[in-house]
Design a binder for this molecule. Structure first.
Ligand SMILES: [Zn+2]
Length: 215
């Protein structure tokens, strides 16, 4: 049983296809673990379609999104078929094209802090996507970030203040949150971490000015 789920806003954007690849990957990975959220995603797709139909027909009511979300919460749970993995793998299906089928066969790179990482390449240019492997009880490294951060636990436990994130749980954090998550004391933790990529510009002048422009 999972405790930390995808927010309505993220789920609606995911279903609308408006998330960058990195964010999508985090949401899809959580969905691979979470039958209730797969059901919410299905309902969100229907609500999104209904919302689009009403646009243009008449001016949208101010509370249209709130009403749609309320319908989402009220949607009766439908039976969800368990998705059987086609191959023996400790990697959730959405990640296999990126990292293969075995977390233990990944070419981890040492970060020098006891933690290891594996960078995942995406084409979106907007997100940094990586797997982190953190020894039991150790903090998640390189944790200064700006903007949104999505973390999905693939092995072990992540502890952030009083919150515990088990396998499949997703943590949604933004720059308003001062936090220093750690691996649980009992086991190493492997997680998928997606953050906003710093903007990269081709022009050397703009790149040089970037720190001053704070972009
Ligand atoms: Zn969920």
């Amino acid at each position: 049983m999972l405790n930390h789920h995808v927010s309505d806003e993220l789920l609606l954007s995911y279903e609308a296809g408006s998330l960058a690849e990195g964010w999508s990957l985090a949401v899809a990975t959580h969905l691979a673990y979470c039958a209730p959220c797969r059901e919410r995603a299905r309902a969100a797709a229907q609500v999104g379609g209904a919302l689009l139909e009403t646009i243009g027909a008449e001016p949208m009511r101010e509370d249209a999104l709130a009403l749609a979300l309320a319908r989402l919460d009220a949607a009766p749970p439908a039976p969800v078929r368990e998705v059987k993995p086609a191959v023996a793998s400790n990697v959730p299906a959405p990640l296999r094209d990126y990292i293969g089928n075995d977390l233990d066969a990944i070419a981890w790179r040492n970060l020098g802090t006891g933690a290891k990482q594996f960078l995942i390449k995406t084409g979106d240019g907007q997100t940094s996507v990586r797997l982190l492997r953190i020894a039991a009880g150790k903090p998640v490294p390189e944790h200064g970030h700006r903007g949104l951060e999505l973390t999905v636990v693939l092995r072990g436990t992540l502890v952030d203040d009083e919150d515990r994130f088990g396998v499949g749980d997703i943590e949604e954090a933004n720059d308003a949150v001062e936090h220093q998550p750690r691996a649980g004391e009992e086991d190493e933790c492997i997680c998928l971490a997606v953050t906003d990529a710093p903007l990269r510009f081709k022009s050397l002048i703009v790149r040089l000015a970037q720190p001053f422009l704070k972009i």
